[in-house]
Design a binder for this molecule. Structure first.
Ligand SMILES: Cc1ncc(COP(=O)(O)O)c(C=O)c1O
Length: 352
């Protein structure tokens, strides 16, 4: 009997990645400049035929990562991009029709996976002024809730939580036996982290990625940090040899190169300062406390700007509809200054 899961049939997905190589890509929060070329070449020099022919050796890298995070390997599971880890957590820690709660707007894959597996994703909206009242999160934390998804900082809103707010939420989650997933994809742009709750407590996962500040989105590598029993469950979900040898090599080199990390963050900060100064001088409202992205309220139609940026300027950016006071707005990834100069000159040309 032929069978296709109707949930998968109905699922809406976007597959446009292959058409993007000739564009300045400011739509997916990648680093447009990438890692320094000599650094890339030096890592590639160490690639032998055996590294390519054999299944990847994950133990060594997991130990390097554990050391970097001052933990041990029982608290970590490597994944093929943090999107994979998020999927496994949703699959393993919620049931069919199970209640998942999360703020919106946010990273869309939480809703996609919930739909894929027939989970009930309950949206917690932002206020009109784009702030998040954590009482709205707490009031959705019912006894039936199986998973709470938070982001620190949130994409695309760029908002963050104080320690007091996070601890209040966590206390409630523990009272109600709700597992918590904190997505820290943008951690290195914003150093405050809640990973200690995943490494020292129970029923909290933190997912992280090498795709963002570490500029390795093309390699695909992320990790899930959590309590050992929880991590074991995530490991069981993984496909065999789910990470690749190139990603592990690059990630080890980045982790062991504080000077590369400093260079990446300095380039980013310079680009961010330039962009924000320009937006302020030109009277644009913007929002984005943390993360390598920013919301901009345009003067003219947001979708038309996105379309013209693509067709006339070869620049990809994103639009988000009905975002509180901002209405239909633009979300732009922040990269080093030369890319921000290209973006603002295109915006000045189009948005009038
Ligand atoms: C908030 C958030 N989480 C997770 C991801 C997934 O990243 P990756 O699968 O490359 O690790 C993204 C990607 O843009 C993101 O914005």
């Amino acid at each position: 009997m032929y069978y296709v899961d109707p949930k998968v049939e109905k699922l809406y997905r976007i597959f446009d990645q292959n058409e993007r190589k000739d564009y300045l890509r400011l739509d997916l929060n990648e680093n447009p400049g990438g890692l320094p070329e000599d650094f890339v070449m030096s890592v590639l020099e160490g690639i032998t035929p055996q590294i390519i022919s054999q299944y990847p050796e994950t133990l060594h890298f997991t130990e390097v990562l554990a050391d970097y995070l001052s933990t041990d390997i029982n608290h970590l599971c490597l994944v093929n991009g943090s999107a994979e880890g998020i999927r496994y957590i949703i699959q393993a820690f919620t049931s069919p029709n199970g209640r998942i709660i999360g703020v919106v707007p946010s990273y869309f894959m939480f809703q996609v996976y919930s739909e894929m597996y027939g989970r009930d994703f309950v949206k917690i909206p932002y206020n009109e002024d784009l702030t998040m009242d954590i009482n709205n999160i707490i009031s959705e934390m019912t006894e039936e809730t199986q998973l709470l998804i938070l982001l620190n900082p949130n994409n695309p809103m760029g908002n963050v939580y104080t320690d007091e707010e996070f601890e209040r939420i966590l206390h409630e989650a523990q009272e109600k036996h709700i597992n918590v997933l904190v997505d820290e994809a943008y951690h290195y742009f914003y150093p405050k982290t809640f990973i200690k709750y995943a490494l020292e407590g129970e029923h909290v996962f933190v997912t992280r990625t090498f795709s963002k500040l570490f500029s390795m989105a093309g390699c695909r590598l992320g990790y899930v940090a959590g309590w050992p029993e929880g991590v074991k469950m995530v490991q069981k979900m993984c496909t065999p040899h789910n990470t690749n040898a190139f990603a592990l090599r690059f990630a080890e080199a980045v982790i062991k190169s504080p000077e590369i990390q400093t260079q990446l963050i300095n380039n980013f900060n310079e680009g961010r300062r330039f962009l924000i100064d320009w937006l302020d001088k030109n009277n644009y409202s913007h929002k984005g406390e943390a993360g390598n992205f920013i919301f901009i309220k345009p003067r003219t139609d947001a979708q038309k700007i996105v379309d013209r940026m693509k067709s006339e300027k070869k620049i990809l950016i994103k639009t988000y509809p009905n975002v509180g006071d901002f209405g239909n707005c633009l979300r732009v990834s922040i990269g080093e200054r030369k890319y921000m100069e290209l973006f603002v000159s295109a915006l000045a040309d189009i948005d009038r």
